[in-house]
Design a protein around this ligand. Structure first.
Ligand SMILES: Cc1cc2nc3c(=O)[nH]c(=O)nc-3n(C[C@H](O)[C@H](O)[C@H](O)COP(=O)(O)OP(=O)(O)OC[C@H]3O[C@@H](n4cnc5c(N)ncnc54)[C@H](O)[C@@H]3O)c2cc1C
Length: 321
């Protein structure tokens, strides 16, 4: 077990990205894109459910890991299951024992096991709460699941199969009980307590997705953020990468960098971080390494990924390019 994960020198909080990205952006759902030569036609459904067609000089696919824009420009690259899931839960901190609070210490804490890995950190009770109002322990436990086990886990009480996220309240009671029992056998007592006290566990499926290119139709369509490279969550750098892509996009639109340079730099960072996430995942789920070896290798890999991201930020920030 280890505590106090070193933070990256440059990091952007997910809540900040969400605050900014939900400002003043009209809601619409992209359905299709048609290349018109000089311009592109985007077919959307607006928030009233009506179809609209927009004509654009530049189309930026920033629509996340299950990106529609990505699937239109790169139909051959699919989002694939990585072989394990992140079982997650939230527990009010006042319900935890003094022992659990002492170990988890309200900061990021990792628990290393023979065949899985768990992490915890605290979050505000409300999404819009101040950052220092930490009232919930947020935990995530990486666990391997075969395709068959995954199907069972991701099917809720109404028989609906969820693709990538099983929401709170969706997990069937016997599966939640199984998870609590396994936690007693495999985790340290403090982490097992957090799992035991979680009323509604939920699940995020860990996937891989990447793009061999992020520029299409002679520069009329670009992919950024998760749409360009969906990272496994281990490095905790996906938000910072998405913001790096956005920063370089600003430089591109201001004419301070060429399209080739934009593509090269953003692709370099995406592919390095996608690869780092895969390597960190292999360490976390390895059955060959003992827990202390896992902790050491993980911290080395994690710091290397954060160093790369920080150096790239500094390069393009300092030059104010
Ligand atoms: C539960 C959870 C916890 C996470 N925690 C962390 C963390 O601690 N640190 C970290 O670095 N990363 C974290 N991530 C990952 C992080 O949220 C993403 O990497 C980041 O948000 C990527 O930003 P993005 O703008 O590329 O995509 P997103 O934030 O996914 O935004 C995509 C947007 O596109 C919209 N959209 C989707 N399809 C369409 C369409 N067809 N038409 C129009 N709009 C569409 C979506 O509604 C959404 O608003 C977490 C992810 C999840 C799910």
């Amino acid at each position: 077990m280890d505590s106090a994960i070193p933070r990256p020198d440059v990091g952007v909080q997910r809540r900040k990205l969400r605050e900014v990205s939900h400002l003043q952006i009209p809601l619409c759902n992209v359905q299709n894109i048609i290349d018109l030569g000089e311009q592109g036609e985007v077919c959307v459904t607006n928030d009233e459910g009506q179809s609209e067609t927009l004509v654009a000089d530049l189309i930026i696919g920033a629509d996340g890991t299950s990106s529609t824009v990505h699937s239109i420009v790169l139909p051959q690259t699919k989002r694939t299951y990585a072989g394990y899931v992140l079982v997650r839960g939230l527990v009010p901190t006042e319900e935890l024992s003094d022992d659990a609070i002492r170990v988890m210490d309200f900061s990021a804490t990792l628990c290393w096991n023979r065949n899985s890995q768990m992490l915890s950190y605290t979050v505000p009770a409300r999404k819009d709460g101040p950052p220092n109002s930490h009232n919930f322990l947020n935990w995530g436990w990486y666990v391997k699941k075969t395709e068959e086990e995954l199907n069972e886990l991701m099917t809720d009480g109404d028989g609906q199969r969820h693709h990538y996220t099983l929401p709170q309240g969706g997990m069937r009671a016997h599966l939640a009980d199984e998870i609590r029992m396994t936690a007693q056998d495999e985790l340290s007592p403090q982490f097992a307590e957090a799992v035991e006290k979680t009323k509604l566990p939920f699940v995020q499926v860990v996937t891989d997705s990447g793009a061999p290119s992020n520029v299409f139709s002679d520069g009329k369509i670009l992919l950024v953020g998760d749409a360009a490279g969906g990272q496994r969550p281990h490095a905790g750098s996906a938000v910072t990468m998405a913001c790096f892509h956005a920063h370089l996009l600003r430089l591109l639109l201001q004419g301070l960098m060429s399209l080739d340079e934009w593509s090269r730099e953003t692709q370099f960072v995406s592919s390095a971080l996608v690869k780092a996430g895969q390597e960190l995942g292999s360490i976390c789920l390895s059955t060959d390494l003992d827990p202390s070896e896992k902790a050491k290798s993980f911290l080395g890999g994690s710091l290397a990924a954060q160093k790369l991201l920080t150096e790239k930020w500094m390069q393009f920030w300092k030059e104010n390019k």
